[in-house]
Design a binder for this molecule. Structure first.
Ligand code: PMP
Length: 407
């Protein structure tokens, strides 16, 4: 028998199966009410329009090119469309600032590859998107805690990183409808982050996966827009990477995301892509481009209406069914409600019990914390839940938590 551990690189020791991936299997069991997967509702996918776009691309003048290798930067008409879209949210850029990736997940990997040497430090919120931790972990970094508006001395980030044998390389955040907390960073928090990044001279990774999924409240300018405002609207002087994706709006299966940043670093990322997978799927970029041009706004309006309704239903059900001692966030958009259980209650044990007696699934919060803390938290997703699932599922969960409190 081959001794695999002996031949694995040291980075492999940090590669662990995600609890979410395992849980997604449960979605296939019909009697489970799942608030686990943070995925879009398949009923909202623009299937007919995607089918039509594939047919058009293949039978049209671009048919051959669609199936051919293409440039690593991405399909130019799609990059041009993104430039226009970005200008609507206060981000002025050119096509040379836009780079297409296979979902924003690939970009997180590339940013890790570009910036993190072993033992360098990444600043992340506590909790943070576990997929980002997974992507960065391959580069063997340390993590330090980003607490917006905290008055921690900037120099302490540098000192702590150098004690651990590296440098602070970037701050990563999900400013809109955070995964897993659902919380949105205020403008003051974004400015604070840019101040910190300027003081310690690091880039900011703005993961905007949920940016267009707002159901109520006022939108806040993207961090890149604020960075541009500080730099005379010259993107070449900015330090922020705006990471976008079509996964939450059109379809994650097409695997198309993008980054907007200064062109020097974009060129570097393009080199990484050349070495990694040459380019994102040519035909999928063309199809996304066509579909986006035709129905992006309409599609977003549809999603907002559906998820906005489910968010409201979930919050109402939480108000009705959660016992005292449980706290939760009230997100203005996105897909998630983040729950803090009574002190000492463990999210993972609660899940095991819930699957057994209540048939309700959710994600224990611990995996979202870089230091493995947060055992008494759970993430609930409302994106795929019907009204009845929400009412029944939250009632059952509330009952279980109340019973565990007494036990
Ligand atoms: N960032 C965040 C915050 C996410 O929640 C996700 C998907 N769960 C991603 C990035 C990755 O999305 P994709 O690769 O499909 O664009």
């Amino acid at each position: 028998m081959m001794d695999w551990e002996k031949v694995f690189a040291t980075r492999a020791s940090r590669m662990k199966a995600s609890e979410i991936r395992e849980l997604l299997k449960l979605l296939e069991q019909p009697d489970i009410i799942s608030f686990a997967g943070g995925i879009p509702d398949v009923n909202l996918f623009p299937k007919a329009e995607v089918a039509e776009a594939y047919a058009e691309v293949l039978s049209g003048a671009q048919g051959d090119a669609a199936l051919q290798y293409s440039v690593s930067e991405g399909y130019k008409p799609l990059r041009d469309w993104i430039v226009g879209e970005m200008s609507r949210i206060g981000i002025t850029c050119k096509a040379e600032n836009v780079f297409i990736t296979s979902g924003s997940q690939q970009l997180l990997d590339y940013l890790g590859k570009l910036f993190l040497s072993k033992n360098d430090t990444a600043l992340v919120t506590w909790p943070t998107y576990m997929g980002a931790l997974g992507a960065f972990n391959a580069y063997e970094p340390n993590y330090d805690k980003l607490i917006p508006l905290s008055n921690r001395e900037p120099q302490t980030y540098i000192d702590q990183a150098s004690e651990k044998g590296g440098q602070v390389k970037f701050a990563y955040c999900v400013p809109e409808f955070h995964n897993p907390t659902g919380v949105t960073m205020t403008r003051a928090e974004r400015e604070w982050l840019l101040d910190l990044a300027e003081k310690i001279d690091i880039p900011v990774i703005e993961d905007a996966a949920y940016q267009s999924l707002r159901y109520e409240g006022e939108s806040v300018p993207p961090i890149l827009a604020l960075d541009l405002a500080r730099n005379g609207n010259d993107i070449e002087k900015t330090r922020t990477f705006y990471c976008g994706t079509f996964s939450k709006t059109l379809a994650p299966g097409l695997r198309i995301g993008w980054v907007v940043a200064n062109s020097d670093v974009v060129r570097k990322l393009v080199l990484i892509k050349q070495a990694a997978d040459l380019h994102s799927s040519t035909i999928n970029q063309m199809v996304i481009g066509k579909v986006a041009e035709r129905l992006y706004d309409e599609q977003i309006a549809k999603i907002r209406k559906t998820y906005g309704h489910r968010r409201k239903k979930m919050l109402e059900a939480m108000d009705r069914h959660m016992p005292a001692g449980v706290d939760w966030t009230r997100p203005e958009g996105g897909m998630f409600v983040w729950v803090t259980l009574p002190e000492g209650m463990d999210g993972a044990s609660l899940l095991a019990q819930s699957l057994k007696s209540e048939r309700v699934a959710f994600v224990p919060g611990k995996a979202f914390f870089a230091d493995g803390s947060g055992a008494n938290t759970i993430r609930l997703s409302f994106s795929c839940a019907t009204d009845t699932m929400i009412e029944d599922g939250i009632a059952r969960l509330g009952r279980l938590i109340a019973a565990q409190k007494k036990a």
